[in-house]
Design a protein. Structure first.
Lengths: 115, 113
């Protein structure tokens, strides 16, 4: 069964460093998403992406964040200068069609720890 | 403000007992409603969803949920819990053509033998 994969499973970085989280969405999906979950808090939407541009983003997704689909398979989230409060589990998701009506398939997540 | 509330942070049930996990939402319009489950080390897996029509929806793994417009609720149920159901359960909503899902805080389910 097709699935969304994410690498690495755990990333530890120093405050101020850049990190890139990687995701491989399901191959025939066209819509991609990033969510995050700070420990003990809700899963929060960060950004959605289609046709090489951002479709929607939350207020969390500031200038420190960027997303890219560098090739036909990967979808990345970059944090330019990490802060302590960026420590969280980051989930990638993909869907065939846009909008909340269509199931989003989630990856297992990348746990980011900022020291 | 729009929100999703799961009032129970942690629930413990015995194997074979029935289960109900609560979810309430606060939106102006009827949203699309989802329940996801997350087992340790796994991603979020969709259990079931409600868009319109029959307010009782069936999902995978023997779960069902009932949409009650008057109570703004979408509670998840299972008549007999198995030890493998131990996981964290998330209610989520989406409104209109928005791309994003808005999640509740989750309910952690522990199953006692």
């Amino acid at each position: 069964e097709p699935e969304v994969t994410q690498t690495p499973s755990h990333q530890v970085t120093q405050m101020g460093q850049e990190v890139i989280l990687r995701c491989v969405p399901i191959s025939n999906h066209l819509y991609f998403y990033w969510y995050r979950q700070i420990l003990g808090q809700k899963v929060e939407f960060l950004v959605s992406f289609y046709n090489n541009e951002i479709s929607e983003k939350s207020e969390i997704f500031d200038d420190q964040f960027s997303v890219e689909r560098p090739d036909g398979s990967n979808f990345t989230l970059k944090i330019r200068s990490t802060k302590l409060e960026d420590s969280a589990m980051y989930f990638c998701a993909s869907s065939e069609q846009p909008g909340g009506r269509h199931e989003q398939f989630f990856g297992p997540g990348t746990r980011l720890t900022v020291l | 403000a729009q929100s999703v509330t799961q009032p129970d942070i942690h629930i413990t049930v015995s194997e074979g007992a029935s289960l109900e996990l609560r979810c309430n939402y606060s939106y102006g319009a009827t949203p699309y409603l989802f329940w996801y489950v997350q087992s340790p080390g796994q991603g979020l897996q969709l259990l079931l969803k409600y868009f319109s029509g029959d307010t009782l929806v069936q999902g995978i793994k023997g779960f069902e949920a009932e949409f009650k417009r008057s109570q703004s609720s979408f509670n998840l149920r299972k008549p007999s819990v198995h030890w493998s159901d131990a996981a964290e359960y998330f209610c989520a909503v989406s409104v209109g053509s928005n791309y994003k899902l808005t999640f509740g805080k989750g309910t952690l389910l522990t199953v006692n033998p």
